[in-house]
Write a protein that binds this ligand. Structure first.
Ligand code: CO8
Length: 252
């Protein structure tokens, strides 16, 4: 993770080649970096983007979920939950500068921010069902809160990956920006949020999002149990094995 400050804005660049997949160690690093910026009183905003060409993040590392060690799987999921809690509940203003593909966990990271700008000709969405897995309730709450129930339900069932244009049309992202302007526009959007007194923006954000974060807090252990029981089922392991093979085959 490349993290640096530009006056009162923290910039986090995901930099885990080849695809910024989120494994236990990288999720932990991501959480520590976010928590550090959150606790830095001089930091008013965070921009999340990718240091890799063409890929924002491939989402959760599928290898963490394939033939897993149960203890590690639990730790992994705890970090995924924590990342969402940290980002969705963040007090600082957040902009996702999506400069590449953003499937599944990559989409969730961007949906957890306050504003999304995206470069053209990429794809974004919660494609979990395509892997034969099911996005948990808090993934589905987050997309529903962004694009509305009907569109979210359909997209989740199909595991639909939106093109940048489709994502803009349904409100999954807020703006399409040429890749060479994406950081400049992220800063402009940040300035618009800074024009509002921080406390008023923070309290309003909290009013909108707190009930969803509280829901996960109340069910956090059960959510981890569900995840571990679900992922370790033979049928799910088979489906995931096939999906991994299909990723390899696309190349040959
Ligand atoms: N995890 C692990 N490895 C990955 C992942 C991933 N998410 N994505 C890609 N890779 C690997 C590929 O297998 C490949 O490995 P190798 O070099 O050994 O063959 C390498 O990364 C490079 O991948 P590609 O050649 O496919 O790279 P491209 O630049 O052509 O494409 C993409 C990049 C578009 C990102 C493409 O790799 C892709 O579509 N990946 C799959 C993304 C995906 O489906 N992610 C879903 C992850 S699941 C998740 O985030 C939420 C889970 C919620 C769980 C809830 C359960 C209850």
């Amino acid at each position: 993770m490349l993290t640096f400050k530009e006056s009162c804005i923290g910039v986090m660049k995901l930099s885990k080649p080849p695809v910024n997949s989120l494994n236990l160690e990288y999720l932990t690093e991501f959480n520590i970096a976010i928590e550090k910026l959150e606790n830095d009183k001089s930091c008013r905003g965070v921009i999340i983007t990718s240091a890799l060409p063409k890929i924002f993040s491939a989402g959760l590392d599928i290898l963490e979920m394939y033939q897993p060690n149960t203890d590690r799987l639990r730790q992994f999921w705890t970090q995924v939950q924590q990342l969402w809690i940290n980002l969705y509940g963040s007090q600082v203003a957040t902009v996702a500068a999506i400069n590449g593909h953003a499937p599944a966990g990559g989409c969730l990271v961007s949906l957890s921010c306050d504003y999304r700008i995206m470069a053209p000709n990429y794809t974004i969405g919660l494609n979990e069902t395509q892997l034969g897995i099911v996005a948990p309730f808090w993934f589905s709450d987050t997309i529903t809160n962004t694009i509305g129930f009907r569109k979210a339900e359909r997209a989740l069932q199909l595991g639909y990956m939106f093109t940048t244009d489709e994502a803009k049309a349904c409100g999954l992202i807020d703006k399409i920006v040429p890749p060479d302007q994406i950081m400049a526009v992220a800063h402009e959007e940040m300035k618009k949020m800074f024009a509002v007194p921080d406390f008023a923006r923070q309290i309003t954000k909290n009013q909108c999002r707190k009930q969803f974060i509280d829901k996960l807090h109340a069910k956090r252990d059960a959510d981890t149990d569900n995840f571990v029981n679900f992922i370790t089922k033979d049928s799910i392991q088979k489906a995931m094995g096939k999906y991994l093979e299909s990723l390899k085959k696309r190349k040959s």
